[in-house]
Design a protein around this ligand. Structure first.
Ligand code: G3I
Length: 337
């Protein structure tokens, strides 16, 4: 049976997954499953300023490249493409940031970070998530931008600045704005889609070096429904700005789904197939990455646990590295793309 990335490749698409160095090192079966299925990797923690105990930026004047270097070498040695994630994200700022960053040194901090990190991996990175989750209309600004430390320190032009710095540091990487809550047919996500389109338009008009929109797609059936027509229209609007689209963090939150595993897996597989068959209609979509590969290591175990405490089942492989119905659904969606 051809693997997921082989099926994707037949349609000119890239399939990949988020991975973590600690797991690739400790679980050989997992590592083999990643290598078998993926053409592209994205670090779940290693290229953020900080994620838990993994800190690329332990202090204002220090970089710890060991975990990210390990992952970059892993990708190179298995001939895998690598994404960079992420240069500007309010949730990955290290604990020292609040005390040490101010409006006088913020530009320099950002410049230094982007120059150092992006140049180090230049030539090895397919695409950088330059900015992550910068839009949040419910924060109340007329431009829809999220009120974040970077916005407060640098003003609304920080987004353009980040793209320009990244482009100068690695002219060959595809530069991406990555965002969540763009999929569903409700007022809040509709407002976000509109605001995102306006931002993309503004950046393109200014000649900002931005090349793609990353759609995270953490799907959560139960309280949400998506409308295929509206979603396709949104993708077309993005594409008509001359941008590519990447589905960057796909998974299915099963918090609200029944306990029974067969029922749950069937619903989850259905969500994967509906979603992918809708978005893969748009030729600007170049890649699909799931946020992990095996349920065993999904962030949702910790961040969106079920009230019945049953382990979550959001990904294509179960905790024993067996393929699930979700795997078949993704495979079918690629086959039919
Ligand atoms: O390992 C430490 C532990 O030692 C410590 O006691 C504990 C206390 O905070 O933290 C643990 O680390 C946490 C780690 O997950 C493991 O649970 C970090 O704080 C926590 O920040 C980290 O969460 C990650 C999160 O991004 C923030 O970096 C998730 O693993 C990761 O899946 C998630 O990924 C994000 C994408 O980058 C952007 N889009 C949304 C997506 C899901 O939230």
């Amino acid at each position: 049976k051809p693997s997921l990335h082989e099926r994707a490749a037949k349609k000119g698409l890239i399939y990949g997954a988020a991975v973590r160095t600690d797991i690739l090192k400790s679980d050989a079966k997992y590592a083999a499953t990643v290598i078998e299925n993926c053409r592209m990797l994205v670090p779940e923690w290693e290229m953020k300023w900080a994620a838990g105990n993994v800190k690329l930026r332990p202090s204002p004047d220090k970089f710890d490249f060991a975990p990210a270097d390990w992952l970059a070498n892993f990708a190179t040695s298995h001939d895998l493409l690598l994404r960079g994630h992420t240069l500007v994200w309010h949730r990955s700022l290290p604990s020292w940031f609040k005390e040490k960053a101010n409006s006088k040194n913020a530009v320099e901090l950002l410049k230094n970070h982007i120059n150092t990190v992006v140049k180090r991996y230049a030539g090895k990175i397919h695409s950088w998530d330059v900015v992550n989750e910068v839009m949040l209309p419910k924060d109340g600004r007329s431009d829809g931008l999220r009120i974040s430390p970077w916005l407060e320190l640098l003003g609304q032009n920080y987004i353009e600045l980040a793209f320009r710095l990244t482009s100068a540091a690695d002219p060959n990487a595809l530069l991406v704005y990555n965002e969540y809550d763009l999929d569903y047919d409700n007022r809040q996500q509709e407002a976000k889609r509109i605001a995102v389109l306006k931002l993309l338009e503004r950046l393109r008009t200014k000649g900002t070096p931005i090349h793609a929109l990353g759609i995270q797609a953490h799907l959560s059936p139960g309280d949400n429904q998506f409308n295929a027509k509206k979603l396709r229209k949104f993708l077309q609007d993005v594409a008509s700005l001359g941008l590519k689209i990447m589905i960057t963090e796909l998974d299915v939150v099963d918090k609200k789904l029944p306990f029974d595993i067969q029922t749950r897996d069937r619903i989850i597989a259905g969500v994967y197939e509906d979603y992918l068959s809708t978005v893969l209609d748009e030729r600007a979509v170049i890649a699909v990455l799931t946020w992990g590969l095996s349920d065993r290591y999904s962030w949702l175990n910790e961040f969106e646990p079920r009230s019945d405490k049953a382990p979550v089942r959001p990904l294509p492989y179960d905790t024993y590295m067996q393929r699930k119905l979700a795997w078949n659904a993704i495979a079918r969606a690629f086959d039919q793309a």
